[in-house]
Design a protein around this ligand. Sequence first.
Ligand code: UDP
Length: 324
Amino acid sequence: MSRSRVLITGGAGFIGSHLADLFLSRDWDVVVMDNLLTGDLKNIEHLIGKPEFQFFKQDVTEYIHVSGKIDAILHFASPASPIDYQEYPIQTLKVGSLGTHKALGLARSCGAKFLLASTSEVYGDPQIHPQPESYWGNVNPIGVRGVYDEAKRFAEAMTLAYHRAHGVDTRIVRIFNTYGSRMRLNDGRALPNFVCQAIRGEALTVYGDGAQTRSFCHVSDLIEGIWKLLHVDTHDPVNIGNPNEIPITEFARKVLSATGSSSAIKNHPLPEDDPQVRQPDISRAREILGWEPAVSLEEGLRMTVPYLEEKIRQLGNETLSVPE
Ligand code: UDP
């Protein structure tokens, strides 16, 4: 029997590269397409040269083609941290719209399944808490985060349109805050910022009063949920995240304890449209995937902090730009 083959757009990024590893470990051939805008070849350098792995440096907002059969397309290409999508607002809108259209067109022409990486950002600053998939969200379309939120909302609409109009076998995963190895040190997210600051003995930059909450999921749990979602027959969006919700100040304290740092915590202004609360309702994932997260925050930090520390060490005397 011939092996299955998956195309992962954004496969040189944080989550995409973990998916590449997972599919290879489960005997799939993997093709990664990435324009390396925010992705990094280092995340997949251990795969280059393997016969079952291919990499194409390409922008998925242009026409895309891959020769040979493709059984599944995982569309993960996009800047994904608030700092990144504010630095690349037009690319973010284009990859969510034009890129999703191109990837869906390829899925249609190959008869491949299509899985869209959507986001908890479709719920915006939510007025329903925790957030079930049935919630339509509270997004500011013209705010600084709108470029990402609306691109992903458009991408969901386009995905369902291809399913309804063309019968493409689609999936939509709504990904909540995820952490783990291969996060970029300077992507501006809370975890890399806090770890860098803790290790360098600088004050941790907690935005606002730090009472805003997030629910952090280890990447190993997330990719297992995505694997399961690809293998069940459902076209509705499914939240994948860890419902263990904590205020950001408490998260900063957990980083201090995981790094053994005695840095102070300093409050900075809250960025525009920063959601006040976020917690996934994962009833649907439990029911249809039989999935729930297994890694506690403490355990996940124990696995992730040494990776980030090593990356900081490799930088040596280079100045680290930590967005504040
Ligand atoms: N945050 C913070 N300090 C930082 C970076 C982020 O207090 O140095 C806060 C941010 O305002 C948000 C939360 O941490 O409330 C999570 O931010 P992140 O950028 O990791 O992801 P988001 O959930 O906002 O997309």
